[in-house]
Design a protein around this ligand. Sequence first.
Ligand code: HEC
Length: 168
Amino acid sequence: MKHTVALWMIVVVLLALTGFLFINLHKLEAENTTLKEAAPGLGDYMTTIQLHAGKLWFAADAANWELAAYEVGELKETMESAQKLDEEKNGVKISPVLDAVLKTQIAALQEAVKSGSAPKFQQTYDETLAACNSCHAEAGYKFIHIVRPAAPPVTNQRWERDDKAKQP
Ligand code: HEC
């Protein structure tokens, strides 16, 4: 009799504990979903990459290699963040392709910026854009086609170096 009561008490405690854990698990799952929804997605990172690519063009065009180096660095960092998403689009794993582009085209672009040579820069810039577009096509986004920018992406930033600027 004593044993039966003790056993029942254990059962009740265990049931209560299971219920408590279950409720908390659900809470965590809900929080995780909210976090995922709030975090930037691949498309958000791509828009940032596009902005850096645009600024990079005008920095290099103004032979402002210090700013150009900064913009390639930012572009690279954004690609690395996008890599962490481990996305798969239409059967294409995005992260390994990003890794290849980082090690090949972006590395060459960074070297060109370091060298301060405009023709080298333009060549590696075009090769980078080809890599962007080739992944878009591969991953089922052929309609996203990136080109050399015709106008600066923003109008409130100076591209020339300070010592070359006409305005204060
Ligand atoms: C490894 C593959 C890959 C590479 C490399 C890549 N992209 Fe993308 N990009 C994608 C995918 C996939 C999407 C669609 C993402 C989505 O909307 O979920 C995309 C979307 C975009 C978009 C559309 C964003 C929007 O909301 O309008 C732009 C712009 C873009 N990429 C720019 C670039 C630029 C610039 C580069 C190169 C510097 C680049 N991408 C390199 C895979 C890639």
